[in-house]
Design a binder for this molecule. Structure first.
Ligand code: UDP
Ligand code: MG
Length: 327
């Protein structure tokens, strides 16, 4: 087998502070891999500019002009990490044998790229990068992450523990991924759904090289919710189970109240009555809220809007040849 063509897809949102270092290190790594004969010289680094407002795109253009191993894709506006990453993967489809996705901030250790490629050569279509320890995370992030993985697992979404979006996909897995059309993208949940031979590579996740996290708490929470509601209807089943339990308990309480009335025991006090009205209102609204999340998703999915739109690429290609979503 000749050396595989490897594409490395890196979504970037306002990453002018890290890109000079990231591009230098990643090109150096890629060239070492080419020299060692592990990947083809046709391999590329694909930066996807997710509608940045800083100098990110002009840097990417400059890298592309300097070295043919750099490609760039500029999205027409900010579509979020998952969509930008998906766009980069679809851009690579058909041009490479395998693709590795990673973040721009050098948190993912690029030295394990060799192990990814080795596993690919052994026949794996999906290789997950799994972080060894979460020593660089705050206590808060570490414990919420653990609770989240447990919770999501219990609700039936398959996700790989301690794996973010650092992973290799072979061309068959990439082709399979292109067949998923949902606009509410949660790649960590979709990839395990693809199947094929899978393996894991362990790595140490470092600190962000420079700049700030582009995932504030608010985005993290909505991303976490996405992981549950995109893959599982268990919350809807739980509503029904909760409803049934409360109904049974209420019937028992009513029987008790009736017996108490007939036996001339003291009546139920007003505080308990008021409390239970508020409690049931709250529960009904919670249930409606959960249903509303799913209804909102159905609304978005039925519109079937494109997940990304490409404005420009490096090297420049005519509009007709640019990847379009859902074709
Ligand atoms: N990112 C993106 N679009 C966004 C937000 C983030 O493409 O709207 C990219 C960002 O440039 C980085 C990756 O997604 O390459 C992960 O973001 P970040 O490192 O800020 O997240 P964290 O590691 O803090 O979870
Ligand atoms: Mg990061």
């Amino acid at each position: 087998m000749s050396e595989p063509v490897l594409f490395i897809v890196i979504p970037c949102y306002n990453e002018e502070e890290v890109l000079p270092e990231t591009s230098k290190r990643i090109l150096d790594k890629l060239m070492r891999m080419v020299k060692a004969g592990s990947v083809s010289d046709q391999s590329r680094v694909v930066f996807v500019d997710d509608g940045s407002r800083d100098k990110t795109w002009s840097l990417i253009e400059a890298y592309g002009a300097e070295d043919e191993h750099f490609n760039g894709v500029k999205l027409a506006h900010n579509r979020g990490h998952q969509n930008a990453l998906f766009c980069g993967l679809m851009h690579s489809l058909g041009q490479c044998d395998c693709v590795v996705s990673m973040d721009a901030d050098l948190q993912d250790d690029i030295e394990v790229l060799d192990q990814f490629v080795e596993k690919y050569k052994e026949g794996c279509e999906v290789v997950y990068g799994v972080r060894k320890a979460r020593t660089t995370d705050t206590f808060f992030k570490r414990s919420t992450a653990l609770a989240y993985y447990r919770f999501v697992g219990a609700l039936g979404t398959q996700i790989v523990y301690n794996h973010a979006d650092y992973r290799l996909l072979g061309s068959r897995a990439l082709q399979a991924l292109s067949e998923y059309r949902e606009v509410n993208l949660f790649l960590r949940g979709i990839v395990p759904d693809i199947g094929y031979k899978t393996d894991v590579v362990y790595y140490d996740r470092g600190e962000r090289f420079a700049g700030e996290s582009k995932y504030p708490l608010k985005k993290m929470i909505s991303f976490a919710l996405e992981g549950i509601t995109s893959f599982s209807v268990k919350p809807l089943e739980l509503i029904m189970k909760l409803g049934m339990t409360i109904t049974v308990l209420s019937v028992l309480a009513l029987i008790y109240a009736l017996v108490a009335l007939l036996a001339g025991l003291p009546a139920v006090n007003a505080f308990a009555v008021g409390g239970s009205i508020f409690l049931s209102c709250g529960l009904v609204l919670d249930a409606l809220g959960i249903i509303a999340i799913y209804v909102g998703k159905i609304y978005q999915e039925t519109k079937d809007r494109p997940r990304f739109r490409i404005e420009k690429t490096v090297p420049e290609v005519p509009d007709s040849q640019k990847v379009k979503d859902k074709e």
